[in-house]
Unconditional design. Structure first.
Length: 305
């Protein structure tokens, strides 16, 4: 009986060790890119072109960051300043939409003429070379293609747990999933800089004051050329009644001294795609714990326009 018990304990120990080994899978590469954003994908692609190995470690489930997450209209001023792999992406977007089958609810000519002010898609040579607006699903497909062409793996649902360093160099990172990534170089391509922060890299949050670096457009800005309310909006819970209190997200006071610094960051939000075509819609259902008061300011602004 004792021998059987010892054998059972040994087998159980082996099973547990096997489970631990599996959960602590180690992946090695020349470069580990933390963050599957558009910049992260570009870094991995360029690594492949230089003949090195790379992996992408992404906390979410989609490659491409904002570009595939809803921001289908690129915020761009000087388009000629965009080059390299970034421009390759926009060239692939243009190639996709050069196919008539890519247009479901309007034609290419109609889009360029009425939505972008171009004469026609056929006569707009630059638009045929690059395109700066797109459907997020198209962007995601392009990013997947670029990753697959580079033959670089991407690991989804990987949240950072710890960082191991030798002197000032990161040598490996461990995920909550148990996976461990070792590399000669690590690139933090995430939006929040989790890897840099966990590695002890100094950072700042918020807006520095103009005086800190001798700037003129930093810190608090009372007015900007754009992004201001263009019509008055009542800020009180009960319109016209200051005693009722302020709507959510409205602060008391004058907003601070222009040029001063603070610890605030821009608000996080979701980019949603809306359509006027009923057959292309999905119902918008209120999420759990939905509070209409959080959106009252927006509703009043739209009503006042």
């Amino acid at each position: 009986m004792k021998t059987q018990l010892n054998l059972l304990c040994c087998l159980l120990s082996l099973c547990l060790r096997g489970s631990a080994i599996h959960s602590a899978e180690t992946i090695e590469s020349d470069i580990c890119v933390y963050g599957g954003t558009s910049g992260g994908v570009a870094a991995a692609v360029q690594t492949a072109r230089l003949g090195r190995t790379a992996v992408i470690v992404e906390s979410g489930r989609h490659p491409g960051g904002l570009s595939s997450g809803g921001l289908g209209a690129t915020d761009i001023g000087n388009k000629s300043a965009i080059g390299g792999i970034s421009r390759e992406f926009y060239a692939r977007v243009a190639k996709h939409y050069a196919n008539d089958r890519a247009w479901t609810f309007e034609t290419r000519d109609d889009y360029f003429q009425h939505r972008r002010g171009s004469q026609t898609a056929a006569s707009d040579a630059k638009a045929l070379q690059t395109m700066w607006t797109f459907e997020p699903r198209v962007a995601e497909d392009i990013f997947f293609r670029m990753i697959n062409e580079a033959k670089k793996p991407i690991y989804f649902d990987q949240r950072l747990a710890s960082v191991k360093k030798q002197n000032a160099r990161i040598v490996e990172i461990a995920m909550e999933s148990g996976k461990v990534f070792r590399a000669k170089m690590f690139i933090d391509a995430s939006y929040e800089g989790d890897l840099m922060a966990r590695a002890g890299v100094s950072y700042t949050v918020g807006r520095e004051a103009n005086a800190q670096y001798g700037e003129t457009l930093n810190g608090i800005r009372a007015e900007t050329p754009k992004h201001q309310f263009i019509v008055p909006v009542d800020p009180y819970l009960r319109p016209g009644d200051p005693n009722s209190g302020l709507l959510p997200f409205i602060q008391r006071g004058d907003g601070g001294v222009p040029g001063d610094g603070d610890r605030r960051v821009q608000t996080y939000n979701y980019r949603l795609c809306f359509t006027t075509h009923a057959q292309n819609r999905k119902p918008i259902e209120p999420p759990p714990n939905y509070d209409p008061a959080r959106y009252e300011l927006l509703a009043r602004y739209l009503e006042a326009l």
